[in-house]
Design a protein around this ligand. Structure first.
Ligand code: CTP
Length: 218
């Protein structure tokens, strides 16, 4: 890593969904609006960070003072993040990455009905785990990831924290997607837990950008 630019922390933030193309007019995606990631980018810029926002297809404006890179698919996100990660001191991985993509992308429209078929299947292949791929070279960067879980997700979120080499994981439920308010639990690799209930995403973002790397749990 090169030295910080003018002493400012360099932050990487990912936001929004990915889109995995089936054909020129169809895709697989999810309900993420990008609100959380954009709020983090805004809060980080407001505290003086030099921020790069890597955004999936979202209809939100770019926060003031933030550099934005637009991506569509998980593989595009991975390529953009690899670049940005090299230069950053802190990563906030709020993107809702599609776990799978169609094995092939049809050049023309995917027409199954014409052949009289009432059922069709689409073969999917898994996308790379982007966060794990970049944190192989984590160094002393602060890494904050997210986990959307149904039911009691504490154990699953803790597993993700460890497996993906995060410092903190922000656990929330599916109702957080595309909503303005959210309730989250921030779990640290030092075993810390902080619950924020029914807060705006802006309020949660302010807390997240104020985090610093915890010490390893003994
Ligand atoms: N993530 C990623 N690459 C993927 C999937 C997820 O980098 N292919 C990141 C997300 O941005 C998030 C964290 O990993 O910060 C956890 O995402 P989540 O979807 O909860 O986890 P998955 O590994 O996809 O596991 P699950 O099977 O529960 O969906």
């Amino acid at each position: 890593m090169s030295p910080r630019r003018g002493g400012r922390r360099r932050g990487g933030v990912t936001a929004g969904p990915t889109r995995e193309r089936i054909d020129p007019v169809r895709y697989l995606s999810n309900d993420s609006s990008g609100t959380m990631g954009c709020a983090i980018a805004e809060a980080a810029a407001a505290r003086g960070d030099d921020v790069t926002l890597i955004a999936g297809p979202v209809s939100l404006p770019t926060p003031k003072g933030v550099r934005r890179v637009d991506i569509e698919s998980a593989r595009e996100l991975q390529a953009a993040l690899r670049e940005a990660f090299r230069e950053c001191d802190a990563l906030f991985m709020a993107a809702a990455v599609c776990d799978f993509r169609p094995r092939r992308r049809f050049r023309g429209k995917w027409r199954k009905k014409e052949a009289g078929q009432e059922r069709a299947s689409l073969e999917l292949v898994s996308n790379p785990d982007i966060l794990s791929s970049v944190t192989r070279r984590k160094g002393d960067r602060l890494v904050v990831g997210f986990a959307v879980e149904t039911g009691d997700g504490l154990r699953r979120a803790m597993n993700k924290l460890e497996k993906k080499r995060m410092d903190y994981v922000v656990l929330n439920g599916p109702s957080a997607l595309n909503a303005s308010k959210t309730s989250v639990t921030i779990l640290g690799k030092d075993g810390s837990q902080r619950r924020l209930t029914d807060r705006t995403k802006r309020a949660v973002a302010k807390v997240l950008v104020g985090l610093s790397a915890p010490h390893e749990a003994r």
